[in-house]
Ligand binder design. Structure first.
Ligand code: CP
Length: 325
């Protein structure tokens, strides 16, 4: 939770949450506070020497039980740019592969006096379980099909950067909504920040009663494209599907893939977003993924500032300039 502190006449927020587990439990003020903090860290990566002493003496552990390129690398770089020490651990290279439980692994890491655990796991709720047992801060880097809060925060940051606002925008999320933690965190985040969200995809990939979250549903791609200020594309998550829910990728592309012709029906200032990894030629053609409306690599760049902000906030530390003041 962020706590309001009165300093003179201007109220400022101080972050007092130990963990970041999801956007469902954050208020709009708390999300805005993270985005504002990320903005203050953005310029660090533009400096010739990309480092500040903010988290000097703190230790961050990246504990990834599932593959990752963007999230893992940007948490590692974020920790390094804040001068923290960082250790990377994966299930294959650790004693988890010899039968040690996750909680025993965490107890052993805590015995080594680490400060922040960044956790990605294939099962929903694992970061929450760890956070309830650990005294270190826990950041959810993606748990099953549940939440991926830093991805949604960097998506919100990118939308705000490109459109100068989030409230009132129409965002269409297209693809495998049922298995997507990115979709779930974005739905919470976008709605709290005042955007209107439509989800679109083949019926087996749209969760039953998702309208209860306040989103609209359409199975017609043209409708999702026509009304959108932002098109957020998702890949089909075969690894999380117990049965094959779409007949073939070729058929998916024919009905739901975004190509140049379909993009021509979008608003002239539409943003194309994708959390990655992109399956080119399936949900997105290369000339759209690499085209002028795409902000996919801006999302990756912004992920660094957002993760620096999150590491800083959960550590409860003050920035070096505040410490001196
Ligand atoms: N968006 C995302 O989570 O990408 P990675 O799986 O590469 O971390």
């Amino acid at each position: 939770m962020a706590m309001t502190v009165q300093t003179g006449t201007t109220p400022t927020l101080r972050w007092i949450k130990k963990d970041l587990l999801g956007l469902r439990e954050l208020s709009a003020d708390e999300i805005a506070f993270i985005l504002q903090t990320a903005e203050s860290f953005r310029e660090v990566s533009l400096r010739p020497i990309k480092k500040v002493p903010t988290l000097r003496g703190k230790t961050v552990v990246n504990l990834f039980f599932e593959p990752s390129t963007r999230t893992r690398t940007s948490f590692e770089l974020a920790a390094k740019r804040l001068s923290a020490d960082i250790v990377n651990l994966s299930a294959q290279g650790s004693s988890l592969s010899k039968g040690e439980t996750v909680l025993d692994t965490i107890r052993n890491l805590e015995a080594l006096k680490v400060d922040i655990l960044v956790i990605r796991h294939g099962s929903a709720g694992v970061p929450h379980l760890i956070a309830s047992q650990a005294s270190s801060s826990v950041i959810n880097a993606g748990d099953g099909s549940h939440e991926h809060p830093t991805q949604a925060l960097l998506d919100l940051f990118t939308i705000q950067q490109k459109k100068t606002r989030i409230a009132g925008l129409q965002v269409s999320i297209i693809g495998d909504i049922a298995h997507s933690r990115v979709a779930r965190s974005n739905i919470w985040g976008l709605m709290k920040m005042g955007a209107c969200v439509t989800v679109c995809g083949p019926p087996p990939l749209i969760p039953h009663r998702i309208e209860d979250l306040g989103v609209s549903v359409t199975y017609h791609l043209e409708e999702a494209i026509r009304q959108a200020d932002v098109l957020m594309l998702l890949r089909i998550q075969h690894e999380r599907q117990e049965a094959q829910l779409v007949p073939s990728l070729r058929e998916y592309r024919m009905r739901y893939g975004i190509d140049r012709e379909r993009l021509a029906k979008a608003k002239p200032d539409v943003l194309i977003m994708h959390p990655g990894p992109v399956n080119r030629g399936v949900e997105l053609d290369s000339d759209v993924a690499d085209g002028p409306y795409s902000v996919i690599l801006d999302q990756v760049t912004n992920g660094l500032a957002v993760r620096m902000a999150v590491l800083y906030l959960v550590s409860g530390g003050l920035r070096a300039d505040e410490q001196e003041g």
